[in-house]
Design a protein around this ligand. Structure first.
Ligand SMILES: C[S@@+](CC[C@H](N)C(=O)[O-])C[C@H]1O[C@@H](n2cnc3c(N)ncnc32)[C@H](O)[C@@H]1O
Length: 307
C-alpha cells in the first residue's frame, strides 16, 4: 500500500522542478499547498497568541518576542515586507510564524507541560519547518527529528540550517525515549495504513496533532477520535480551531501517552492559559476597534506625504 495520497505524489513531482531554494517562500508549490503564506488569518493569530503570551512570566515573554521575528530566509525583499506585521507592543512577526507559535502555546495550554521538557521531538510532515524553528529557538535541547518527504525535507533542512535531523524513513528515528510527536495537517493527509504504522511506532508518546475533518476522502474525525487513541495508547483532548473552517472543520488533538515516563519534570504550569474558544470573535473585534486610531493616523500620514 502506498504511503502517500495521489495529491502528494503529484505535488512531489512539481516540487522537484523548483530549483532556487533561496526563494522557496515564493515557490508556486509552497504557496499552493500551502506550507507558506503571507496572510494566514492575520486578524486572528496575533490576537490569540497575544492572549496566551500576556499571561506568561516576563522573562518568557521577552524570549518569545525575540524569536517571533520570522527569518528572511526564503523571501525576496518584497515578499518579506508584504508578510510582516506588528502586534503585542510593536513586536514584529508574520502571520505564518504566529500560526506556529499558536500551535506551541496551545499545546502547552492543553497539556500544562512545557514543550521543551521532552528528550526528543518528532515532527511528521513539518512543511518549511517554522514550528521546529520556534521550538529550537525557544531553547529546546533534545533531538529534533523531522520525518517528511524528501522534496519537503530539502526545504526544512535548508531553512533550519541543519539544526534538525531530517529523515524520510521511520526506522531512522529512535524509539523508547520521552517523545513528543507533532503532526499538524500532515498525519491526517496520509493513508490510514501508513498513519497506523507511524502511530504504533511512537505508541505511548505524547502527540500534538492538527487534522482537518475530511481530506482526500479520509474521515479524520472518526480516525482520530476512535482509532488513534487505541493505536497510540493515549488519552485525548480535542480543541476546535473555529476560524479554520475548510475541509469540514479543523481540530487540535493533544494526546497524552498513558505510559509517558514521569520523572518529575512534567509539573503542570498554571500560567499556561488557553483563550475561551467561544469568545474568539469578540477578541478579534476588540482588537480591530483598538487599532482604529492607529489606522486613522497612518491614513492621514500617507495623505500628507502624498501632497
Ligand atoms: C499540508 S502540509 C503541512 C505542513 C506543516 N505541518 C504545517 O502545518 O504547515 C503536509 C506535510 O506533510 C508532508 N507529507 C505528505 N505526505 C507525507 C508522507 N507520506 N510522509 C511524510 N510526510 C508527508 C508534506 O511534505 C508536508 O510537509
Amino acid at each position: 500500500m502506498a504511503n502517500e495520497s495521489d495529491y502528494w505524489s503529484k505535488t512531489r513531482k512539481e516540487m522537484r522542478e523548483e530549483d532556487n531554494l533561496s526563494l522557496f517562500k515564493n515557490w508556486r508549490t509552497v504557496r499552493s499547498i500551502p506550507i507558506y503564506k503571507d496572510n494566514e488569518f492575520p486578524m486572528t493569530y496575533p490576537v490569540e497568541v497575544e492572549y496566551m503570551l500576556r499571561r506568561r512570566h516576563p522573562e518568557e515573554i521577552d524570549r518569545w518576542k525575540q524569536i517571533l521575528k520570522e527569518p528572511f530566509l526564503g523571501h525576496t525583499d518584497a515578499s518579506y515586507k508584504k508578510a510582516r506585521l506588528s502586534f503585542f507592543d510593536g513586536t514584529v512577526s508574520t502571520s505564518w510564524t504566529l500560526k506556529s507559535a499558536h500551535h506551541i502555546l496551545t499545546f502547552e495550554g492543553l497539556s500544562g507541560k512545557s514543550i521543551k521538557e521532552y528528550d526528543q521531538i518528532v515532527e511528521f510532515g513539518a512543511g518549511i519547518g517554522e514550528t521546529a524553528r520556534l521550538i529550537l529557538d525557544l531553547g529546546f535541547e533534545g533531538d529534533y527529528f523531522i520525518l517528511d518527504l524528501p522534496e519537503t525535507g530539502r526545504i526544512s533542512n535548508y531553512y533550519l540550517q541543519g539544526k534538525a535531523k531530517i529523515c524520510d524513513r521511520l526506522g531512522d528515528i529512535p524509539q523508547g525515549k520521552n517523545t513528543l510527536f507533532i503532526g499538524t495537517w500532515s498525519l491526517s493527509e496520509v493513508p490510514e495504513d501508513y498513519r497506523n504504522e507511524v502511530v504504533a511506532y511512537f505508541r505511548n508518546a505524547d502527540f500534538l496533532i492538527i487534522f482537518q475533518r475530511n481530506i482526500f476522502g479520509y474521515d479524520n474525525y472518526d480516525y482520530f477520535t476512535n482509532v488513534f487513541p487505541h493505536k497510540s495508547n493515549t488519552d485525548l483532548t480535542i480543541r476546535p480551531i473555529p476560524w479554520h473552517r475548510g475541509a469540514g472543520g479543523n481540530f487540535y488533538v493533544y494526546a497524552s501517552g498513558k505510559k509517558t515516563p514521569s520523572d518529575g519534570r512534567n509539573v503542570v504550569k498554571p500560567e499556561y492559559v488557553l483563550p475561551p474558544i467561544s469568545e474568539h470573535r469578540i477578541r478579534v473585534a476588540l482588537h480591530l476597534v483598538s487599532r482604529i486610531p492607529h489606522a486613522i493616523w497612518r491614513r492621514r500620514h500617507r495623505l500628507i506625504a502624498a501632497r
